[in-house]
Design a protein around this ligand. Structure first.
Ligand SMILES: Cc1cc2nc3c(=O)[nH]c(=O)nc-3n(C[C@H](O)[C@H](O)[C@H](O)COP(=O)(O)OP(=O)(O)OC[C@H]3O[C@@H](n4cnc5c(N)ncnc54)[C@H](O)[C@@H]3O)c2cc1C
Length: 438
């Protein structure tokens, strides 16, 4: 058996076609200009248009080109950081505001999917955070206690129940969050774009912002064939930013995924019968889920560029085999990766751009719910100018001079971890057989 489509993003192949737009030509005015066509920018444009504002959104490539069209599709509540730690870091009042807003993230995402009939393989049967070790289960107990005291619909599962729900005995327990679910993320981005355009937003793909300037209460954004003058600017390019010099305000961390051919029905019966999306408690975490066609998608931290690709691919095959031995020999038909904007404290940032603009970034790997929520908040802010429209105080853009070093650490660290895990998962003879297999 050979592996095909090694550099293909599954989501691009299975998403329904996106809307067609023309690149911006000439000079135009608007109430609000949005830079970036991912979840944040598209949610902002949709909510602005629904409120009757005149909004222009420009996207350098295609809608969903950035993290929004590459992610795992786990629509989780809250951030990576547990809620108690957020309250400790921000103070009780500010922490509660952020926790409350992001706890409702999945509800907002799934309500938009319903309201605008977005065809994106949405399944809302929760996610499973899986303990990869006894220490991981201790972490989950702590997370459970924090969520339970906030009356979140979470359940701690013992190893037997986890084995029943996952179809694997590889885990020491799990935390199920009923608020969460899975989507086809690129299809969701396309759906937001269509809904925004239908509501009256002017969208322009293939229109990169080349720079911006401000004066007398007006922002101007320049593009290759025209410009936009607007009262407010929302800059939403996250880890894919090419419009502003802010690359060191976060560390770019790569996350990769591989998808198998559709798993035959006979092999699937006991695997994730509830269709939950899963990720684990390991420091170098991994994730897995089915798509609607029954492909198993396995992901982990790492960059697929260059020579690292084959090491990560071998890891993915062996990791999958260690969780589901019956799937070990399936072809990996798709492989892709994307950049996560990781801040030093793993909290997002809303940074003012003068008095009439904001830059929003740094979801640190949790951007479906948070991006949709922050986009909606940005729409409110653009109309009122009130900074408290955001669930987080505006902050200075703290440049992290160690960002390039940290990026290298994540890159090499994930590669080393995957190589090491490969050795642990398979004895030497078996490893040699599998690694040399085409
Ligand atoms: C591999 C991967 C897996 C992930 N898994 C999950 C997950 O399961 N669950 C979850 O909640 N989050 C996940 N995330 C995080 C989530 O995908 C991101 O946080 C989210 O997509 C960010 O959305 P955004 O709109 O802010 O930015 P993006 O989606 O990155 O969009 C930014 C856009 O700005 C455009 N742009 C850049 N420069 C310019 C310019 N000069 N002019 C015009 N446009 C420009 C880019 O082309 C891009 O399309 C994952 C991320 C990655 C990379």
């Amino acid at each position: 058996m050979t592996e095909t489509g090694a550099t293909l993003n599954l989501w691009q192949v299975t998403a329904p076609s996106g809307i067609q737009t023309d690149p911006l030509e000439g000079d135009v005015t608007a109430d609000v200009v949005v830079i970036g066509g991912g979840f944040t920018g598209l949610s902002a444009a949709l909510h602005l248009a629904l409120d009757g504002a005149d909004v222009r959104l420009i996207e350098a490539r295609d809608f969903g080109y950035g993290g929004s069209g590459r992610n795992v599709g786990l629509v989780n509540a809250g951030l990576w950081t547990p809620p108690d730690e957020i309250e400790a870091a921000l103070g009780m009042e500010a922490g509660q505001k952020l926790n409350g807003a992001l706890a409702d993230g999945p509800a907002l995402v799934f309500s938009l999917i319903d309201a605008f009939d977005i065809e994106c393989e949405a399944v809302r049967s929760g996610t499973l955070h899986l303990a990869h070790s006894p220490k991981g289960f201790k972490d989950l107990r702590n997370r459970y206690a924090q969520q339970a005291k906030r009356r979140a619909p979470v359940t701690l599962l013992d190893p037997d129940e986890t084995a029943r729900r996952t179809g694997s005995t590889a885990f020491h327990g799990a935390l199920h969050d009923a608020r969460a679910g899975t989507i086809q993320p690129l299809a969701y981005a396309y759906g937001l774009a269509r809904a925004a355009a239908d509501a009256g937003a002017h969208l322009h793909a293939h229109t990169p912002a080349l720079g911006w300037s401000r004066g007398a209460g007006v922002c101007r954004v320049d593009t290759p064939a025209g410009g936009i003058r607007a009262k407010r600017l929302i800059h939403a390019t996250n880890a894919y930013n090419t419009a502003l010099p802010q690359t060191r305000a976060f560390t770019p961390v790569f996350y990769l995924q591989f998808a198998t051919a559709p798993v035959p029905e006979a092999l699937r019966q006991d695997i994730l019968p509830g269709q939950e999306g899963c990720w684990d408690t390991a420091t170098v975490m991994s994730s897995f889920r089915f798509d609607r066609a029954g492909r198993m998608i396995i992901g982990g931290v790492g960059n697929l560029a260059g020579v690292r690709a084959s090491a990560h691919r071998n890891w993915a095959r062996r990791k999958l085999g260690s969780i589901y031995p019956a799937l070990a020999d399936l072809d990996l038909e798709f492989g892709w990766c994307g950049r996560i904007a990781m801040t030093d404290d793993h909290l997002p940032r809303v940074v003012p751009l003068g008095e009439s603009g904001v830059s929003i970034f740094g979801y640190s790997g949790r951007g479906i719910g948070p991006g949709t929520v922050f986009g909606k908040c940005a729409a409110k802010w653009a109309q009122s100018g009130a900074p408290d429209a955001f669930p987080l105080a505006l902050s200075d853009s703290r440049s992290d001079i160690l960002a390039p070093v940290k990026a290298g650490y994540y890159d090499m660290g994930s590669l080393a971890a995957h190589l090491f895990e490969a050795r642990r998962l398979f004895p030497r003879a078996d490893r040699a057989r599998r690694i040399t297999r085409p």
